[in-house]
Design a protein around this ligand. Structure first.
Ligand SMILES: NC(=O)c1ccc[n+]([C@@H]2O[C@H](COP(=O)([O-])OP(=O)(O)OC[C@H]3O[C@@H](n4cnc5c(N)ncnc54)[C@H](O)[C@@H]3O)[C@@H](O)[C@H]2O)c1
Length: 230
């Protein structure tokens, strides 16, 4: 993602003033960070929170796309607000996926009285992905649970109890990201699918979020960005 984001930033006429990965962390200092208007963080579940907090320390707005660390989201949000910093989080920066999130919520509302249709989610990603289920699948699950009412919590399919919303995670080849929300009855099935063709849409969305969040203070998401663009 770092390489895709660099391409997208340059295409949108930005200068990439710093690049960090696990091999040059000694350069990840407040003084170096301050050279940037906004930091974009796509790393690993284990390193995201430390990186975000370092950006807060340097007072640099941070756009984060790393998934798999969300159990600490509320803590990060609290620190951001206390320190009057800027934090933008998106489990998925693709515009198409964010439209899909809205469609998912609409469909969940539509289906909530039809309890013969059992909801489930399936996601497929490349074999290098470290977390499961995907952050996008979790956002879909949360949107479905909030608007459907028939399921109280999600669980990975192999651990799901009766009444849970099961999420099947498939890891194969170099799949950029496919998500399916499905309602199955004894007679038929309703399914909505989002399929990413490449990682370009995620990278462009993250750069657009960075442009949008510059100069703002607080905690933001793709909902804020898309509502602001209406
Ligand atoms: N939100 C979205 O739209 C979206 C889209 C695609 C991927 N992702 C997420 O972004 C993250 C990165 O995905 P990827 O495919 O680029 O993974 P990747 O494994 O290809 O890259 C991770 C990078 O993080 C670097 N890294 C590791 N530890 C670090 C540290 N302590 N500090 C700084 N850098 C460190 C590694 O050197 C590597 O370059 C994953 O969590 C993935 O799920 C989100």
């Amino acid at each position: 993602m770092g390489k895709e984001i660099e391409k997208a930033a340059i295409a949108r006429k930005h200068n990439v003033v710093l690049k960090f990965d696990e091999h040059n962390l000694n350069e990840f200092t407040p003084a170096n960070l301050k050279k940037a208007d906004v930091a974009i963080e796509f790393t690993t579940p284990a390193s995201a929170v430390t990186n975000i907090l370092k950006c807060f320390e340097a007072s640099v707005p941070v756009v984060c796309g790393t998934t798999g660390w969300l159990s600490q989201y509320e803590e990060v949000k609290k620190i951001c607000l206390e320190k009057k910093q800027t934090f933008f989080y998106g489990s998925n920066y693709s515009i198409g996926v964010n439209l899909f999130f809205n469609l998912n919520e609409y469909l969940a509302k539509l289906m909530h009285t039809y309890n013969s249709y059992i909801p489930s989610i399936e996601e497929a990603h490349h074999i290098h992905k470290k977390d499961a289920p995907s952050g996008t699948a979790i956002t879909l699950a949360e949107g479905l649970i909030k608007n459907h009412g028939g399921v109280k919590k999600w669980a990975l399919k192999e651990k799901a109890a009766s009444g849970d919303l099961p999420i099947t995670s498939i890891r194969e080849g170099e799949v950029p990201g496919t998500h399916i929300v499905r309602y199955t009855s004894g007679c038929d099935e309703i399914e909505i699918t989002h399929k990413a063709f490449s990682r370009q849409g995620f990278a462009e969305g993250a750069v657009v979020a960075a442009e949008w969040v510059k100069g703002k203070q607080g905690v933001f998401s793709m909902k804020d960005l898309l509502n602001a663009e209406k």
